[in-house]
Design a protein around this ligand. Structure first.
Ligand code: 13P
Length: 251
């Protein structure tokens, strides 16, 4: 048995309306009500956070935002601060998703500022890291992960911090990393965290993201360093996300 508590999160990305969110949550709650040995989180778009928080009140499901800005308040049109995200009922925020790095030019320095601001506001952080296909094929996977860890976590402690390994080539492509590839990357991440933080890294939750489905969740979760999943496409339907949350545990 692993000593770390599994963490399974739904990243809805830019999907769902208010009525779809209410319907999903109403159908999801009864199925996972009895799940007490893992942490479950849902990350809807900003516009749905408050309604989702209302619908999730009193349940075992945590609310997460998908992004946050690093300033507390002020003239930053279109941005949302960590305080606002907390105020809307979030306990977590996803930071540094590859889609944000790719489409919105988020650098490791920006990611680092966002993590610091989020933690200061009392939010748990899900930090996403991962290599592109070109980087993997060029044998640079570990170099990329190391840079993202060292620069992203510069001056940050591990308290309330989850790392999501999301190889970019596996996101939304149906091409999951094999259990061996996931385990290899997760073991490397933990090894680097140990160098930076010592044995505290043994308690760190390192989750996998990239085409996680009901068909591959059991074998991913059987890997000794895979502590959970960050699920995109398969988290949009209650049935498939429920099956992922109820993955088969190793004996
Ligand atoms: P998919 O599960 O759709 O591949 O997305 C993964 C992801 O990016 C989760 O953050």
């Amino acid at each position: 048995m692993k000593m770390r508590r599994p963490f399974i999160a739904a990243n809805w990305k830019m999907n769902k309306t208010l009525s779809e969110t209410r319907e999903f949550i109403a159908n999801f709650i009864p199925v996972v009500r009895d799940v007490s040995d893992i942490d479950i989180a849902i990350a809807p778009p900003f516009t749905l956070l408050r309604a989702a928080a209302e619908a999730l009140k009193g349940t075992n499901i945590l609310l997460s935002a998908q992004n946050v800005f690093y300033e507390e308040k002020g003239a930053y049109t279109g941005e949302i601060s960590p305080l606002m995200v907390c105020d809307a009922g979030c306990k977590y925020v996803i930071i540094g998703h590859s889609e944000r790095r790719q489409y919105f030019n988020e650098t490791d320095l920006i990611v680092n500022r966002k993590i610091k601001a989020a933690k200061k506001a009392g939010l748990g952080v899900i930090l996403c890291i991962g290599e592109s296909l070109e980087e993997r094929e060029a044998g640079k996977t570990f170099d990329v992960l190391l840079k993202q860890i060292e620069e992203g976590l510069n001056g940050v402690d591990l308290e309330n911090l989850i790392i999501a390994y999301e190889p970019i080539w596996a996101i939304g492509t149906g091409k999951t990393a094999t259990s061996e590839q996931a385990q290899e990357a997760h073991a490397y991440i933990r090894e680097r965290l140990k160098i930076l933080y010592g044995n505290r890294a043994d308690e760190s939750c390192i989750i996998y993201g990239g085409s996680v489905t009901p068909d591959n969740i059991d074998s991913l979760m059987a890997c000794s360093d895979v502590d959970g999943a960050l699920v995109g496409g398969a988290s949009l339907k209650v049935d498939s996300f429920c099956r992922i949350v109820k993955f088969k545990k190793e004996k």
